[in-house]
Design a protein around this ligand. Structure first.
Ligand code: FES
Length: 108
């Protein structure tokens, strides 16, 4: 099963296993991971699913789409180059089998 490790400020982590085809945002919301909101439901219209992908996974990510690129300019916490992605645009089991992300300090 695809696995996501969410790292929170302060050093705590949440480890979530999700079905293939589920987005990082959806997996977080379904499992009560703090700090991932997903307000627009995955339409790339809110940026409240911002995650900072850790190495070495950054190089395995699919390219940033046009809508995602626009929303990444609207994140509550500063964008961090190629590490910043919208969790709703990363699909487990398709784009990624495993990923580790940092949850930003703020989403709204
Ligand atoms: Fe709104 Fe990802 S859930 S942009």
């Amino acid at each position: 099963m695809p696995k996501i490790i969410f790292h929170h400020a302060g050093g705590t982590t949440d480890i979530v296993e999700a079905d293939t085809g589920v987005s990082v945002m959806r997996a977080a919301v379904q499992n009560g991971v703090a700090g991932i909101v997903g307000e627009c439901g995955g339409q790339a219209m809110c940026a409240t699913c911002h995650v900072l992908v850790r190495d070495p996974y950054v190089s395995e990510l699919p390219p940033i789409g046009e809508d995602e690129e626009e929303m990444l300019d609207c994140t509550a916490s500063p964008r961090d180059g190629r590490r910043s992605r919208l969790g709703c645009q990363l699909t487990l089991g398709v784009d990624l089998q495993e990923v580790e992300v940092d949850v930003p300090g703020s989403q709204v």
